[in-house]
Design a protein around this ligand. Structure first.
Ligand code: AMP
Ligand code: MG
Length: 314
């Protein structure tokens, strides 16, 4: 994994003249980037104490790195992949992090009647093959994947610690929720240091706390627009991840009814207080579409779901 950490505050880069140095105690802006969960994760902080910010950011990045080791479906050594590799039909004790994120994913799966389904791994694997070969999976491949998919085949133990996968060779995929959980984990890490003004951006998932030192809201790019941000914002859709076969376009978001990538070009922006909720709702709303997505906003009452116009997306 490529890991970079770069302080890009204009005060802390080499080459700045002493005149540019702030008086001690002035709020400065610090920015860092590391790759986690396959995307650059950028943290921007407004604060006076650089040493404190650096400790906080380090703790934040460690929190998302730890969560990636729990949830990744790319790493055979992750806790999630180790669970999937075990013989089916038996309860296994998992970490509190894995239990909590799976419980949330299954809650949304049941609420959306499987439009969001964390067991779509076998379909996602077929999608990844299609991306390489340019050929859709055969009906036989889809049928054999279907036997291994279904959120109702994942059982949460009453003891809040065990998971049972009822079908053989199930492949869980937390790609629609884990980045949001990772951002919440970073925010929790940073907050422990008493830092209140920061922005976290990881691809289409973003979270802002407080305001910038000049009193203005943090600003982020949504499609072609720059918008103010307070709390969590997640964007889902096929803007960057899709396969084109002939004149049909298949998103990386799977329609669990067909096992193929969604063909309707939907882009959804969700705002709410936690990134995990924003992330999972955005993916689920993409599958449900504008008519059915209302069930999500009724459950997550403080969430706002907006379907974006294709022309808003670069
Ligand atoms: P996001 O970019 O947050 O919308 O998440 C997309 C990712 O979620 C995909 O790359 C898959 O890993 C996973 N995914 C795809 N389709 C579904 C689905 N119907 N339900 C749950 N997760 C999905
Ligand atoms: Mg998502």
């Amino acid at each position: 994994m490529v890991r970079t950490i770069a302080v890009t505050s204009r005060y802390s880069q080499s080459g700045v003249t002493p005149e540019q140095q702030p008086a001690p105690g002035d709020t400065q802006r610090f920015q860092y980037t590391e790759i986690h969960m396959g995307v650059p994760v950028r943290i921007t902080v407004s604060h006076a104490n650089q040493a404190l910010v650096e400790r906080a950011v380090k703790v934040g990045y460690k929190a998302i790195a730890d969560l990636e080791q729990v949830t990744s479906d790319y790493r055979p050594t992750s806790e999630l992949m180790q669970l999937c590799a075990k013989p089916h039909g038996m309860p296994y004790v998992v970490s509190p992090q894995l239990y909590t994120i799976l419980r949330k994913a299954l809650e949304v799966a049941s609420l959306t009647k499987g439009a969001f389904d964390p067991t779509v791994g076998p379909y996602v694997q077929l999608w990844r093959v299609t991306r390489k070969t340019g050929k859709l999976p055969s009906p036989k491949e889809l049928m054999s994947a279907r036997d291994r998919v279904g959120y109702q085949h994942v059982i949460l133990g009453d003891n809040d610690s065990t998971i049972t996968l009822k079908r053989p060779r199930m492949q869980l995929d937390l790609g629609g929720i884990a980045k949001g959980s990772g951002i919440d984990a970073i925010a929790q890490g940073i907050r422990q240091f008493g830092i209140r003004s920061y922005l976290i951006e990881a691809g289409g998932d973003m979270f802002a706390n407080g305001v910038k030192s000049n009193g203005e809201a943090w600003k982020v790019q949504v499609g072609r627009q720059v918008v103010d941000l307070m709390g969590a914002l997640s964007i889902s859709g096929d803007a960057s991840q899709y396969i084109k076969i002939g004149n049909r376009r298949y998103s990386h978001i799977i329609d669990p009814r067909t096992g193929l990538g969604m063909e309707s070009p939907r882009h959804v922006a969700v705002r709410c207080s936690r990134s995990e909720d924003a992330d999972v709702i955005a993916t689920a709303a993409c599958v449900l579409g504008p008519k059915s997505a209302g069930i999500l906003s009724s459950l997550y009452q403080r969430s706002q779901i907006e379907f974006l116009d294709r022309s808003d997306i670069p």
